[in-house]
Design a protein around this ligand. Structure first.
Ligand code: 5RP
Length: 220
């Protein structure tokens, strides 16, 4: 898909030799990882950390150096996709189930560059059900607390089985409808015992690059 590819490739211009780079997860991040691999082949010297096993495997297959997160202090730039982006750079992420590691990377990045095709832009977050990572223990009780915040929580199923995140947890997709105050909801959800993290990323993005099917990009 052209819009995703050109947004991803524009973001890779933020990457310079000597940097530690965070690799996102998903079909847009896929194009960024491919572009980074091209530049590594041309002599770019970087090390990367990955937000999922899937992205780590792809990076290694393409010859990109990947180091464990435990071995680094700070990330220079992370490049990652989003499921929704509002006008204030608030995001819903986690459609691919990698939201916890993605948020850890973003929180430790000097620059967090979000890449998305035009369909991801929204006025208000909430049409896309908010992914929440929860521990399996007593998950039904955690669902009750999530429901009390005003959503319909559904445990994610993949290929007929409960989806298990890279961290061994469940992902619950929570349909809230329009989210009036994303920052407040992000905190309220994380205050529930059993919740590990949620896919609201508020005040984290330093740049957003939107790709359009006509071949243009817009940086906001
Ligand atoms: C994975 C994510 C992805 O960045 C998000 O789902 C967007 O995916 P895509 O680029 O495939 O549309 O948060 O957990």
């Amino acid at each position: 898909m052209l819009a995703k590819k050109i947004a991803a490739e524009a973001a890779v211009e933020f990457v310079q030799s000597g940097m530690t780079v965070g690799l996102g997860t998903g079909s847009t991040a896929y194009y960024a990882i491919h572009k980074i691999a091209e530049r590594v082949k041309e002599g770019l010297h970087i090390r990367t950390v990955a937000s999922s096993r899937q992205s780590e495997e792809l990076a290694l297959q393409l010859g990109i150096p990947v180091v464990p997160l435990s071995g680094i202090q700070e990330i220079d730039v992370s490049i990652d996709g989003a499921d929704e982006v509002d006008a204030n750079y608030n995001l819903i992420k986690g459609g691919g189930g990698a939201l916890l590691r993605e948020k850890i990377l973003a929180a430790h990045s000097k620059q967090f560059v979000v890449i998305a095709d035009e369909s991801k832009q929204v006025d208000r977050l909430g049409k896309f059900p908010l992914p929440v990572e929860i521990v399996p223990f007593a998950f039904n009780l955690t669902l009750l607390k999530l429901k009390a915040l005003g959503c319909e929580p559904v445990v994610r199923i993949a290929d007929g089985n409960t989806f298990i995140s890279d961290n061994g947890n469940y992902i619950v997709d929570c349909a809230f409808g329009t989210i009036e105050d994303p920052a407040a909801l992000e905190q309220q959800i994380n205050a529930i015992p059993g919740v590990v993290e949620n896919g609201l990323f508020t005040g984290m993005a330093s740049a957003v690059i939107i790709g359009y099917e006509d071949g243009t990009t817009r940086r906001t």
